[in-house]
Ligand binder design. Sequence first.
Ligand SMILES: CC(C)(COP(=O)(O)OP(=O)(O)OC[C@H]1O[C@@H](n2cnc3c(N)ncnc32)[C@H](O)[C@@H]1OP(=O)(O)O)[C@@H](O)C(=O)NCCC(=O)NCCS
Length: 144
Amino acid sequence: MVRRMKAKDVPAVAQIEKECFSQPWSEHSLMRYADDKDSIFCVCEIDGVIVGYAGMYYVYPEGDITNVAIREEYRGNGYAKALLEHMISVSKEHGVTEFTLEVRISNTKAARLYEKLGFKNEGIRKNFYDNPREDAVIMWKHCT
Ligand SMILES: CC(C)(COP(=O)(O)OP(=O)(O)OC[C@H]1O[C@@H](n2cnc3c(N)ncnc32)[C@H](O)[C@@H]1OP(=O)(O)O)[C@@H](O)C(=O)NCCC(=O)NCCS
């Protein structure tokens, strides 16, 4: 089940960040997006367990997807796709028509996920990531 991230979900989401990223967002950083109106952060909850989450900022009419992560043992079940489809659908109702994100050039799994959702490569940001230093592919999905 995909639903909005609430303050009570933030410790579990911060743990997923630690497990999945070399520069994880802290609980403090995540807390300001719980029930926030200028962004949409959602969790995927299965049998009472937060198995993943995703986040997007609104810069109307654009939505910038900032985070997507699923706990390793729950991957390959369509949860990331369900999270992003839900967020894109809700965002469209709020007037967002263009969606963008950056992905590490080596992260082919994530890039396939985004392509499946209709995102296309539109450029490279050199040395966008640290730890390790790596270029980002910039992807966009245009819904107008
Ligand atoms: C990328 C990630 C979010 C995918 O989550 P997931 O729940 O396993 O993905 P889904 O099951 O929803 O898969 C949806 C699509 O993504 C692609 N995909 C997902 N896992 C893949 C894999 N191991 N290899 C190739 N493609 C893959 C496929 O196109 C898949 O569709 P399909 O199953 O119909 O072929 C997950 O691997 C993850 O959390 N990785 C670590 C964090 C990360 O890299 N986040 C992205 C930062 S930009």
